[in-house]
Design a protein around this ligand. Structure first.
Ligand code: ZN
Ligand code: ZN
Length: 259
């Protein structure tokens, strides 16, 4: 048994890691990281995410279409997403959805249309929403305010300033930090993280992307959620064991699961 409470990784892409998912999950557990929420980015990756969550202990899934993959959505895409979720108790969230004005892989209009459809689906199915927001803070807030999600909202890999943070906190959103929190030159991100009340913080890896220091630039793995959690405990001057307990409680509340 581990001396530490396990640290949850609230956002990873198991299907994009070039390695057997079972081994990845097993090794994460050996590093005291569990559970893992694996996040779909399109229909086929959402199917895999749901399958991993149903077949591997300690894995939950989120299903959705990444904003960068919204260019050619078919009329039946959201019916198919609904089908993937149906009857699967370990699919706990919808996303990642949101807006990405940085990469501009899809038109703003198709991103927003898809974002709205995700919010409606989350309401219909009583699920948490995982939001991807790059350089689109105001439109993300406007869309959420217009569609009014009724279940928890998680801002994944938070990248806003103090003002945007307070807008998100006012709405009760969870704020999730990833590897960039550990980068030596990310003082600004750490300042923002210090402003998030402990009841609203989450950690994630976004593996295989965004490897924390000292693995920056290498393939990321869920086991490195520990490094993000350690950075957060030193920022908040909270004992790492206490931080693990806080992160577990927040993850349970954010995703409406018992962990
Ligand atoms: Zn993302
Ligand atoms: Zn992601």
């Amino acid at each position: 048994m581990s001396a530490f409470p396990m640290i949850p990784d609230t956002h990873a892409h198991l299907d994009l890691i070039d390695e057997d998912a079972r081994n990845v999950v097993e090794r994460a557990r050996e590093h005291d990281v569990s559970p893992i929420i694996t996040v779909g980015i399109d229909l086929s990756s959402s199917r895999l995410a749901a399958k991993h969550a149903e077949t591997i202990a300690g894995v939950f899934a989120s299903v959705g279409i990444h904003p960068n993959s919204t260019q050619d959505l078919k009329p039946d895409t959201f019916d198919l997403l609904k089908e993937i979720i149906s009857g699967k108790k370990n699919v706990v969230a919808i996303g990642e959805t949101g807006l990405d004005y940085y990469r501009k892989a899809a038109q703003k209009e198709s991103q927003e249309k898809s974002f709205r459809a995700h919010i409606r689906l989350a309401k219909e199915l009583s699920k948490t929403l995982i939001i991807h927001d790059r350089d689109a803070h105001l439109d993300v807030l406007r869309t959420l305010d217009e569609e009014r999600p009724e279940f928890p909202v998680v801002m994944h890999c938070f990248s806003g300033d103090e003002d945007f943070l307070s807008q998100c906190l006012r709405r009760g959103f969870y704020i999730s930090f990833a590897g960039p929190l550990t980068f030596p030159n990310a003082q600004r991100t750490r300042e923002i993280a210090s402003c998030v009340p402990l009841k609203s913080v989450l950690v994630e890896t976004d593996a295989p992307f965004l490897s924390p220091h000292p693995f920056r630039g290498k393939k990321n793995l869920p086991e490195r959620a520990r490094l993000v959690a350690e950075a957060l405990s030193s920022i908040h001057r909270v004992d790492p064991t206490e931080m693990s307990a806080i992160l577990r409680e927040n993850t349970g509340a954010a995703f409406l699961v018992d962990i």
